[in-house]
Design a protein around this ligand. Structure first.
Ligand code: ADP
Length: 148
């Protein structure tokens, strides 16, 4: 008998959970598409965050629902407005890797006040997007922990 309290066991189990255990498929858009097309993609793919990539499929930006709403309340023609003007761009992107602890990603979501992180694999010239972690994934992990 280890003499560990319930809280200690819960903490230990929580710290064992990795990003790879709860990742989702990322939805990517090319940086030269229009705000109009990005809005269509967000609806069709049913996600709240899009990751923007360059012609080499490397991460260059992030687009949230509010980024697209903000762009839509102006007088601009949305089919003529490229997303790379309104996206949050590198190097200001918070990201994570498959082996990171899920609890650390949850802390980042809170500290940075964002809904999602791209899961990346570093390559020679940048970062390849290989997954997505959102508040929904964290909620699933929370429920799984609660159910033992
Ligand atoms: P919303 O804007 O719809 O509330 P978020 O809270 O996720 O969604 O996004 C808030 C702002 O932070 C947006 O401008 C968005 O581009 C940016 N953002 C979202 N995710 C990230 C991220 N992983 N790294 C850096 N910036 C991000």
């Amino acid at each position: 008998y280890t003499g560990k309290s319930g809280t200690q066991l819960l903490t230990e189990n929580l710290q064992k959970i990795r990003v790879r255990d709860y990742n989702s498929i990322p939805v990517l858009v090319k940086e030269n598409v229009s705000v109009y097309d990005a809005i269509c993609t967000m609806f069709l793919e049913d996600v709240g965050t899009l990751f923007v990539v360059d012609q080499n499929s490397l991460l260059v930006g992030v687009l949230s629902r509010k980024d697209l709403l903000r762009a839509s309340i102006g007088k601009q023609e949305l089919t003529a407005l490229p997303i790379n003007i309104i996206m949050t761009r590198m190097p200001n992107i918070t990201m994570c890797e498959m082996d990171d602890n899920l609890i650390d990603v949850a802390k980042l979501l809170i500290d940075k006040q964002i809904d999602a992180l791209p899961i990346v694999r570093p390559s020679e010239n940048g970062y390849e997007v290989i997954g997505r972690i959102t508040k929904t994934n964290i909620t699933k992990a929370f429920v799984a922990l609660g159910n033992g």
